[in-house]
Ligand binder design. Structure first.
Ligand SMILES: Cc1ncc(COP(=O)(O)O)c(C=O)c1O
Length: 443
């Protein structure tokens, strides 16, 4: 027994062992770095060799409350002993309580939710809901948007060139309009601008659809597409365009939800409310749970028309108990305010790097959802994905995990993402900035 555990100890001390095993047995559908993590606490994670990293990716963007939060662990333990799951034909208390809690934190008229497991699944369900409610099927989406990799969610995704090749046919009825990527405006405008992208978008919608699609789906801030923050006027006008055509506005808050941007949901920065919203990732703090949230009116009419949704995991007591615990942690820790305040500090540090380094073209984002666009020079503004890769790799060597750095991994290819857990301290922010500055002087 002792010999066995000694062997295990020996093995777990080497990243290479696990990487090799992974290459041998896992289909390499996603390139990974050669780091094998073993544990995490707060913003920090450790690999099997004991090397410590600051996790500026928050796991896969889910760990808003930090790794291994004691309150979340306590609730997980309690719920596992009580009830993990039940048939979707009966209720459980955490599911009811989570729907009630969400209705309290979303703005009116959003009021009712149902639950699934992943972002892609919730996007599919939200659009099925929009289709049933309107009786129409066309959907408008944004270029550079990401909504997932299931057939339906991929149909409204356009993160990179070639990403759709050999997966077709995807769903008919998808129309794409330009993203509000102001740093590289396709219409050569500068802010404050004439919103030519939206005049063009209206033309595209009216010429390529029936003129009255079921819905428009957007990320309020494009994540995988390169941390693209829309101007307030763009959001206001987009809402208007939806109203004028009676299409529902669906906002995918998979990445931006649960306090990441300094408010519960990213759209709250813009004084608009979507007709349907989704949130996933950070809702479950590492446990797969996603919510579709809508108004009483849309829910009622769609259900009356026969809208139904089924899945194995549709608000398991375990999933919902974790989400409730996570919301409690965010509220008790005042993490929305913290995301806003510490996010501003991190952004200021990054802006100082932008002023200092020729290769930092743009700093974008809200709260603790920030991106650095890496370019060849401020004169050419040409994207420099190789340097972005290098930045991520070198930061990693120095103990800082950033988003990006996987050639096929989206993020606008040359945008590096910084999204630490909301429990991050000022000291950890300063450490990260020092590491990035040191690396930028060398690459
Ligand atoms: C905005 C957005 N929507 C949907 C998804 C898909 O979520 P999942 O991977 O949980 O299916 C993602 C994943 O990154 C996302 O960023």
């Amino acid at each position: 027994m002792q010999e066995k555990s000694l062997n295990r100890e020996e093995i777990t001390r080497k990243n290479d062992y696990w990487v090799e095993l992974d290459r041998k047995y896992r289909v390499q559908v996603r390139k990974t770095r050669s780091i094998v993590l073993e544990k995490g606490k707060g913003v920090e994670v450790w690999d099997v060799e004991g090397k410590k990293y600051l996790d500026f990716e928050s796991g896969q963007m889910a760990m808003v409350a930090g790794h291994s939060h004691p309150w979340v662990i306590k609730r997980i333990r309690e719920q596992i002993e009580l009830l993990m799951q039940n048939s979707i034909r009966v209720l459980n208390m955490p599911r009811v309580l989570l729907a009630k809690k969400l209705s309290e934190i979303v703005p009116d008229p959003l009021a009712k939710s149902f639950f699934l497991s992943t972002g892609s699944e919730s996007v599919e369900a939200a659009l099925r809901l929009a289709k049933k409610y309107t009786g129409r099927f066309e959907v408008v989406a944004l270029l550079r948007g990401y909504h997932g990799r299931t057939a339906g969610s991929q149909s409204y995704t356009s993160i990179s060139r070639g990403a759709r090749a050999e997966y077709g046919p995807l769903l008919p009825g998808a129309t794409f309009i330009p993203a509000p990527y102001c740093y590289r405006c396709a219409f050569n405008e500068t802010l404050p601008c004439n919103l030519s992208c939206l005049s063009y978008a209206e033309d595209v919608i009216d010429r390529t659809t029936s003129g009255q699609p079921a819905a428009m789906i957007i990320e309020i801030m494009q994540g995988v597409g390169g941390t693209i923050v829309p101007p307030a006027e763009w959001v206001r006008r987009l809402r208007q365009i939806c109203n004028e055509r009676e299409m529902l506005l669906v906002i995918d808050e998979s990445l931006t939800g649960m306090g990441r941007t300094g408010k519960w949901f990213g759209f709250e920065h813009y004084n608009i409310v979507p007709d349907i919203m989704t949130t996933s990732k950070a809702l479950g703090q590492g446990v797969p749970v996603a919510a579709v949230i809508t108004t009483d009116e849309i829910a009622g009419k769609a259900v009356d028309k026969g809208y139904d949704q089924g899945a194995t995991h549709m608000g398991d007591s375990f999933q919902c108990a974790v989400a409730l615990a996570n919301i409690e942690v965010i509220e008790r820790g005042n993490l929305l305010e913290k995301s806003y305040r510490i996010g501003a500090l991190l952004k200021k540090g990054l802006e100082e790097l932008q002023a200092k380094f020729e290769v930092v073209g743009d700093v974008r984002g809200m709260g603790l959802f920030l991106g650095l666009e890496i370019i060849e020079s401020k004169v050419s503004r040409r994207p420099d994905p190789d340097r972005a890769l290098k930045l991520v790799a070198e930061c990693e060597d120095r103990g800082l995990l950033l988003g990006g750095g996987i050639p096929t991994g989206g993020l606008g290819t040359n945008t590096v993402r910084l999204c630490p857990p909301l429990v991050i301290t000022e000291e950890q922010v300063n450490t990260a900035i020092d590491i990035i500055e040191d690396v930028l002087t060398k690459i």
